[in-house]
Design a protein around this ligand. Structure first.
Ligand SMILES: C[S@@+](CC[C@H](N)C(=O)[O-])C[C@H]1O[C@@H](n2cnc3c(N)ncnc32)[C@H](O)[C@@H]1O
Length: 375
């Protein structure tokens, strides 16, 4: 794989600091982690940090593109239509979980902000309609039933704090993963996560070389281009913390992100043949494939110089490749496709059959076009 040249913007937290974490409980991550051939279970471990509760740390140097986590869900809840349905489904699934899984779940962090006022009442309603039994099959009554209900509310809070979307066994749902749940946020993440439908696992890959004892970070936010104030607000509202990452503390990191956002919106306007955004911004719209190629190349360059190695970058290189093909520059089309493939492999690994438009598929289209250019 081509070495992606990145500036090292890593923010690392002190390793092994003995101070109370968000959850304040000891965990043995190597037990909860499902190791695979690609994932030695010694490569990363959860450690307490001084400011972020638990975090995931590298126990050794890790080369860029390495899969550091590959997990099956601890719990899977089918996607609901509304909140009450989520609670009903969660309670039903949680009740069936084997004890060791409940123990693992209950050790994870619970962000108190995630629970809504109505949740406690909705759980009470569920308990009114359903019988709950103990390990011997005897129905829980009175105080025991009440205690169980309180625990259920806590487990639900933990679930809401840590779940991520997935498609387990062809069913769209939400899953909690023990190792993944310990990864903190950074607006300049050094890792990327995603559900891999091909191998039916949640995977995390590092997007640059990682030093021993460095903390692993993902981004909790969907878009890298958002400005600092927007990111800080969203993280506070949804995850309950004040982001103090380098990008949020340094006002100079804002102009490139804002610039990237504008470039991305201009490109979207061109692709959608909708000039409202450039008119609103009083900017010249993109008018030709040559201009679109130029702007996409610049945007990709800016992302790389900022250290943002994300799936957006894969899409940008793929678009560059597409524009080059339309402009009948097949050599460059292939070069951009290879760059896209390099980054896709780095962030997902080779198992990408589940993606509708993976780069392998695009390369086959390119090869077909070279074989019969007028097809
Ligand atoms: C999914 S958990 C991550 C692991 C968590 N730190 C733990 O102790 O298990 C998400 C929570 O971690 C904390 N967190 C994540 N990133 C953080 C950051 N950059 N700064 C401070 N707290 C952070 C917040 O409390 C957030 O709600």
């Amino acid at each position: 794989m081509e070495k992606l040249s990145l500036e090292d913007h890593a923010s690392s937290s002190p390793a092994g600091v003995a101070s109370p974490g968000a959850s304040g409980e000891e965990i043995a991550t190597s037990q909860s982690n499902t190791a695979t051939a690609e994932q030695p279970d010694t490569m990363v471990e959860a450690r307490n940090t001084s400011t972020m509760g638990w975090g995931l740390f590298a126990t050794q140097k890790i080369p860029q593109g390495t899969r550091i986590v590959s997990e099956e869900p601890l719990i899977h809840v089918p996607d609901p239509v509304y909140r009450t349905q989520l609670i009903e489904r969660f309670c039903a699934v949680a009740l069936e979980l084997p004890n060791e899984k409940i123990v693992t779940l209950s050790r994870l962090y619970c962000n108190p902000n995630v629970l809504q006022k109505s949740d406690s009442g909705d759980i009470l309603e569920w308990y009114k309609k359903n019988s709950v039994t103990d390990a011997n099959g005897e129905e829980l009554k009175g105080k025991k039933r009440q205690e169980h209900r309180k625990k259920m509310l806590k487990w639900f809070g933990i679930f809401c704090t840590n779940f991520t979307g997935h498609i387990a066994n062809k069913q769209v749902g939400r899953g909690v993963y023990p190792m993944f749940s310990r990864i903190n946020h950074n607006c300049l993440p050094n890792a990327r996560y995603g559900w891999n439908d091909t191998i039916q696992r949640l995977t995390v890959h590092v997007n640059r070389d990682i030093e021993k004892d460095e903390q692993i970070f993902i981004s909790y936010l969907p878009l890298a281009y958002d400005a600092r104030t927007k990111r800080v607000k969203s993280l506070k509202e949804n995850w309950g913390f004040d982001c103090t990452c380098d990008a949020c503390c340094n006002p100079l990191s804002d102009p490139p992100r804002i610039q990237m956002g504008i470039m991305s919106d201009l490109l979207t306007s061109y692709e959608n043949k909708d000039d409202r955004f450039p008119r609103l911004m009083n900017m010249a719209p993109i008018q030709s494939r040559e201009q679109a190629l130029e702007m996409t190349t610049q945007l990709a360059k800016l992302m790389r110089s900022e250290g943002l190695i994300t799936m957006e970058l894969v899409q940008l290189y793929k678009s560059c490749s597409q524009y080059c093909m339309w402009l009948e520059n097949m050599d460059e089309a292939m070069e951009y496709a290879e760059k896209a493939l390099d980054i896709e492999r780095c962030l997902i690994g080779p198992e990408t059959q589940h993606l509708d438009e993976n780069v392998d598929g695009w390369m086959r289209v390119l090869a077909g076009h070279v074989a019969s250019p007028n097809a």
